[in-house]
Design a protein around this ligand. Structure first.
Ligand SMILES: Nc1ncnc2c1ncn2[C@@H]1O[C@H](COP(=O)(O)OP(=O)(O)OP(=O)(O)O)[C@@H](O)[C@H]1O
Length: 415
């Protein structure tokens, strides 16, 4: 595990060059040799530039086109034209590749998560962003690490993890327990061998001395992706856990939060697309204390409806509770994973699954319930209770999905 515990001092690279509305965009464009042209309508006149940022060797301008109101556009200093092709061209190119068989199954249908029922409702696609939410303490981090672990075992995937709330040592132990629990071939291996395997599949950033801004995270991400590609061990997933640990620079703070979140989501999508990996960002729902048995939705995430609007996928992690003999609500080891948004219907649909969390093995196993993979998200509490009382016993499926995959999935066998 490439731990950068505390030693990593990335420069705060955000530079505020232009104050809103103060300078003529064309003047700025000439100064930095940009070619200002809207990718959507081709217009060359811009009325307003919000920021210019320096990250890596690229500059980033945020402009608004007066013709079509296209906004939040990236420009590379060394490029002749806009970096991002028009969305319609991108879609056409994708469609062309798809019909001519140039896309791998994974790029169309997503990759198996290792849980059979969950595969039927959600599979992560390269180039997409997922927002994961849930009440604090309900197991978001635990579940996402298990997901990444399954992907590592099944497909040999590598994951870049920004785990701001964990300390490096605990994270290493957590991954070690999970790795041994989910992969029989590692179970009896000595510590060094298991750690080597983890290092190969996980790049972890935690315990940074200073909080990272979005730009710093993306810069680290780009560096890690570049290095991984040079080593011919590409990264397939990036997890940012959680959003509220991302520092907003002075420039970022000038934007209202909803606008900042919208831009953050656009930049993450851009990053995911450019680097062909799946990005997952954890964001907490508002007012942690108010949930009392209620399940949050994507619209309950603090800050902005942009969390829902601008994401490709939305997951909600909810730990089930049950009433004990004294009438107290006590948490169980069962966790519901709700798919609350899927943009690409080839890679999933709305629904939910229930997983049983094995504390000792720190891994999740499938629970077969009548509500498993249900499309209906409005769970009736009595049904929900009935499934809890059944207990984990024989209806817990050990191990990972291996057969009966939905159409298009072809996960590699366990190594
Ligand atoms: N279903 C479960 N049964 C038992 N323990 C669980 C379950 N899910 C999570 N836990 C445990 O609860 C603790 C909190 O989990 P975790 O940190 O993943 O939650 P979280 O939702 O990410 O919290 P936060 O939002 O505060 O970061 C961990 O020790 C985890 O092992």
């Amino acid at each position: 595990m490439a731990g950068k515990g505390g030693k990593f001092a990335y420069p705060r690279s955000v530079e505020h060059i232009i104050e809103q509305g103060r300078q003529d965009p064309q003047e700025v464009a000439a100064k930095f040799q940009y070619n200002l042209r809207c990718p959507r309508c081709g217009c060359e006149q811009f009325t307003c530039i919000y920021h210019s940022r320096r990250r890596h060797q690229s500059q980033l301008l945020q402009c608004r086109c007066p013709q079509c109101c296209e906004k939040g556009i990236r420009v590379r200093k060394d490029a002749d034209s806009w970096k991002a092709p028009p969305a319609s061209l991108e879609t056409l190119e994708h469609l062309h590749k798809r019909v001519t068989g140039q896309l791998a199954h994974r790029q169309i249908y997503g990759a198996s998560t290792g849980w059979k029922a969950f595969d039927q409702i959600w599979r992560p696609l390269p180039g997409e962003v997922t927002v994961a939410t849930g009440i604090p303490g309900h197991g978001k981090s635990e579940f996402l690490l298990s997901l990444a672990m399954n992907m590592a075992h099944l497909h040999g995937d590598r994951t870049l993890v920004f785990a701001f709330e964990s300390n490096f040592k605990n994270l290493a132990i957590q991954l070690d327990v999970k790795a041994r629990a989910t992969c029989p071939s590692l179970e009896n291996d000595d510590a060094d061998k298991a750690l080597d395997w983890i290092e190969e599949h996980f790049i972890v950033h935690s315990e940074h001395e200073e909080a990272l801004t979005l730009d710093s995270i993306l810069q680290i991400g780009e560096d890690e992706v570049k290095q991984a590609n040079e080593e011919q061990k590409p990264i397939q997933m990036m997890i940012i856990d959680p959003y509220n640990w991302i520092e907003r620079s002075q420039e970022d703070q000038q934007e209202p939060e909803f606008e900042y979140i919208g831009r953050l989501m656009s930049e993450l999508r851009c990053f995911a697309k450019e680097n062909g990996l799946h990005v997952i960002i954890v964001a907490h729902p508002t007012k942690a204390g108010q949930w009392n048995g209620r399940k949050p939705s994507m619209y309950d995430i603090a800050g902005s409806a942009n969390w829902f609007n601008k994401t490709d996928n939305g997951l909600m992690v909810y730990r089930q509770f049950v009433e004990d003999d004294d009438g107290e609500m006590v948490p169980t080891q069962r966790t519901e994973i709700h798919v609350q948004k899927v943009r690409n219907r080839d890679a999933g649909r709305l629904g939910q699954v229930v997983l049983y969390f094995d504390r000792e093995r720190r891994s999740y196993e499938e629970v077969v319930t009548e509500q498993q993979a249900s499309c209906d998200d409005d769970d009736v509490p009595s049904r929900h209770r009935r499934s809890i009382r059944q207990g984990p016993g024989p209806d817990v499926r050990r191990g990972m999905a291996g057969e009966g995959r939905p159409h298009g999935l072809h996960a590699a066998p366990l190594r």
